[in-house]
Each structure stands twice: as C-alpha cells, then as structure tokens.
Design a binder for this molecule. Structure first.
Ligand code: ATP
Ligand code: MG
Length: 448
C-alpha cells in the first residue's frame, strides 16, 4: 500500500527514495590515515572549490572490512571539465564514460561525476543490457546505480563520516552481499555483475544473499553478450584478486564457467590439466597476497597449455615435425581462445615466448643451456616448467636440474651438462630428488 503510494508520488522510473544514514567513525572504524594522501587531497581540493567529494566504492568497502584498498576512487558533483581545471596533473579519459584521472606522484585517483540511475530512456541492447550510462545525477542517484550495497558507500575524509544509502555498512558487518534493487533486473542490465558478485563474495568472505545467488545459474548465458574486452578486464580482476582458486570454485558451483568461460570448461574437465591450472592459480594467489609481481601472460600461458599440448601431440602423431607442430598448435589455440577472451597481441606474445622455451629445457648438452639462461624470458619459462613438474606433466628431475644449473658457477655448469645424444635419454635419478620421474614415467596427457 505504502509502496504504491510512494510510487505514485515519485514518478515511475524515478529512483526509489532512500534516506541516507550518516555513519560515524566509531561505527565504521576507518582510520583517516588509511586513506591515501592523494585521495584526501583530491577530496579537499574539490570541497574547497565548493563541490561535494567523497572516497567511494571498493576502497570504502575494503577499509571497513579491514583490507588494504587496491586504489582509491572519488565521486563528486563537479563535471569532468570542472574537475580537470582544479588540478595540475589531470586528464579526462573515456568518451562515453568520461572520468578524470588526477595524478599525484605515482598515484592516480579516478574521479567520476555522480551519475543518474537508468530510466525508460536508457539505451539498451535486445537482451536488456545497458549501453550508455553517462547522464549526470545527484549523490543519491549515483548510489542507486551502483551494484551491491557494500559498494555504495561514500566516505568524507574531512569529517570522517560514511554516507550510506542502502545499509551497506550493516551488510558488511553481517558479511552479506546484497544487490541494490532487483538482482534479476540488475543482472540483465549488466551481466558482468554476476562475475563481480562471485569475486566480491570470495574476496571479502561474504555470503551471497539468496536473491543475489539464485538467478546466476539461469541467467549465466547472458554473459555471452558482453563485449569480449570487458569480459577480459573482469576476468583479469578475478584471476588477480588473490582469491582466484576460491572464485573458480564458486563459479563452478554457480554454473558460471559453462559457456561463459569456454577456456575453463575445457581445462577443468581434464584431470592433468586441472591440477596444473589449480597449481598455477594458487601460485598466483600467493604472489598477489605477498605483493609480488604477476603477469597475465604467464597465467594465460598456464590456462591454455594443456590445449596446446593436446593439439601438439595430435600433430606429432600425424607426422609433423615437433617444432613446426608446436608453432602451429600455439597459433591454433591462440586463434580460437584468443578471440573469445580478447587476449591482446602483447599478452599473446608473452604467452608464446613462455611456451616456445619449454622444449628447449630438454636440451641439456652443448651450449644450449648457457644460451637459455641468458634469455630475457628464462625466469618466467622456468617458473612455468616448475609448475609443469609439480603437476606431474614434466619430469621433476628436469626442473631440479635447471634449478641447479641456474644457481651454479661456470665450472659447475660445465660439470652438470649432459652428453648430447640423439637417442632416447638415459634414466637417471638425482639423489634426494623426491617425486622425480624420467620422461617415460610421465603419464601421457589423458586427452591426447
Ligand atoms: P576492486 O576492489 O576490485 O577495485 P571495486 O568494487 O572497486 O572492486 P571497480 O571496478 O573498481 O570495483 O568499481 C568501482 C565501483 O564502481 C564499485 O565499487 C561499484 O560501486 C561501481 N561499479 C563497478 N562496476 C559496476 C557495475 N557493473 N554495476 C554497477 N556498479 C558498478
Ligand atoms: Mg576499485
């Protein structure tokens, strides 16, 4: 009854009124110094010029959850041109979704102008996916168009207050992921939100509200209409979230990897490949959490490796020579998967470098090993070999040999060299090398 009345008062399509809650520091617990200097200065400059300005989105959410934010975004009522005029180093980026990058030293703050929620005039594709989102609005409207309640929090560094329109602070404290508005409608507007739900729940250890989780399985196929480049960005965020293994488990449980991530479909159903991919993802998770560098090229090389192996094997069985067969297998896999995944040319180059060096690890005589360690991609390729060995697809003895060779001085390296023989390699176990396996001990790929 009341809802009906309210709807009549507030024209149809206009955002539902949401009284703001102002949450004080003792409740939200954000320490002002946890906000980067650059974000605080950006807000202060905008506020001094008479604008509203708040730290917004993921950073506020993470600070309340006790996680160090990856970066800081600011939302304001100033237009992009007004923002740019206030800072020495700032530039407007994007055509359809204009935002301003404000730079302070190494740090970049993304400043976006409050946007309006969607209405009947919003441009959509035939599946209901929103195509444009560039109408300015007020702060309340800006909050309403965000995805999850925990992402619609605005922190004012000057006063230390959080502005909360959708009970995001309460949901964070209760560890619940809730959608703003009707989850089905919001997934239709932007199917990427399904992936975001999985990633955020894994990252923040939140329980998805049943209304957030339930529609995912049946709506998953809408993801196929999302432009590949956007999907690629979101996949990268997921894979480098530091919680990739957990995300994958949840994607699988929610039926989101079928069709949506054809690559994972293929790999996760192969016993040998699955172990390898999970090891690679666990390794990436560890590196992200330890703040070490990671590379998309390396991770995608692991994700696609077993497809390359299978393709390469078939070609060799059909009489193609090993090296040209590897080149052809790589190109074929990258052509089919690369397009679906929008793998950029640069990343494809990195992936190929890592793959192409793999057969070269088998040459342990003559000058070849000396040349290989000098390669700029040696480190990445060797890490790749280690994962292969750990998963049982390459001999552990080979990975151990390279560890020794890499560490050794020149004389010792000479002593390590193996005789260059054309025939089958001798079986040889290194003392103390656990799980070592000569090439013949390695099970053939199950799918070859
Ligand atoms: P991360 O910690 O990975 O950066 P994030 O939530 O900050 O997570 P961003 O992609 O940086 O993710 O987005 C910033 C904010 O923009 C979000 O917190 C959310 O409020 C809003 N947002 C991002 N993507 C969407 C979307 N698809 N639909 C609605 N709001 C979105
Ligand atoms: Mg963010």
């Amino acid at each position: 009854m009341i809802r009906k009345l309210l709807r009549r008062v507030f024209k149809r399509g206009e955002p539902y009124p949401h009284p703001v809650q102002i949450v004080e520091a003792r409740e939200h617990g954000i320490r002002p110094e946890a906000v980067s200097n650059a974000a605080r200065r950006t807000c202060a400059t905008l506020q001094e010029a008479g604008h509203k300005a708040y730290v917004v989105g993921g950073a506020v959410r993470d600070l309340i959850a006790g996680i160090a934010p990856k970066d800081f975004d600011v939302a304001t009522d100033a237009t992009p041109d007004q923002v740019r005029a206030l800072f020495r180093r700032a530039r407007v980026i994007g055509r359809r979704f204009q935002i301003v990058h404000v730079m302070f030293g190494q740090e970049t703050i993304e400043v976006s102008t409050f946007r309006a929620a969607h209405d009947a005039d919003t441009e959509k594709d035939e599946h209901g996916r929103v195509l444009r989102d560039n109408v300015w609005g007020n702060m309340e409207e800006d909050a309403a168009r965000r995805d999850f309640t925990v992402n619609a929090l605005y922190y004012d560094p000057a006063r230390g207050q959080v502005f909360d329109y959708h009970h995001g602070v309460r949901d964070l404290q209760r560890k619940t992921l809730r959608m703003i508005g009707d989850p089905r409608a919001r997934y239709r507007e932007d199917p990427v939100r399904m992936l975001r739900a999985v990633r955020l729940a894994a990252k923040l250890e939140l329980r998805m509200d049943p209304t957030v989780q339930a529609p995912i399985r049946e709506m998953a196929e809408l993801i196929e209409n999302v432009p590949a480049a956007r999907l690629f960005d979101e996949m990268l965020k997921l894979l480098f979230s530091g919680h990739a293994v957990e995300c994958l488990k949840r994607l699988r449980a929610d039926g989101l990897h079928h069709g949506l991530l054809p690559l994972l479909d293929v790999i996760l159903e192969q016993p040998l490949g699955e172990k390898f991919v999970l090891l690679a993802l666990a390794d990436t998770d560890r590196r992200v959490r330890e703040g070490k560098c990671t590379s998309p090229g390396f991770l995608f090389a692991t994700l696609l490796w077993h497809e390359v192996l299978a393709n390469w094997e078939t070609r060799k069985q059909n009489g193609e020579l090993p090296v040209p067969a590897l080149h052809a297998a790589m190109d074929e896999v990258l052509d089919t998967q690369g397009e679906k995944l929008a793998i950029t040319r640069r990343i494809a180059g990195d992936i190929k470098d890592i793959w192409l060096l793999q057969p070269r690890f088998e040459k342990r005589g003559g000058r070849a090993p000396f040349r290989l360690v000098e390669q700029s991609r040696f480190r990445a390729a060797w890490d790749f070999l280690r994962l292969r060995a750990e998963s049982g697809e390459a001999p552990q003895e080979l990975a151990d040999w390279w560890a020794q060779f890499e560490q050794a001085g020149n004389a010792e390296r000479e002593a390590l060299l193996k005789p260059e023989t054309a025939g089958p390699k001798k079986r040889r176990r290194r003392r103390g090398a656990k799980n070592s396996a000569a090439p013949s001990d390695i099970p053939p790929p199950a799918f070859a």
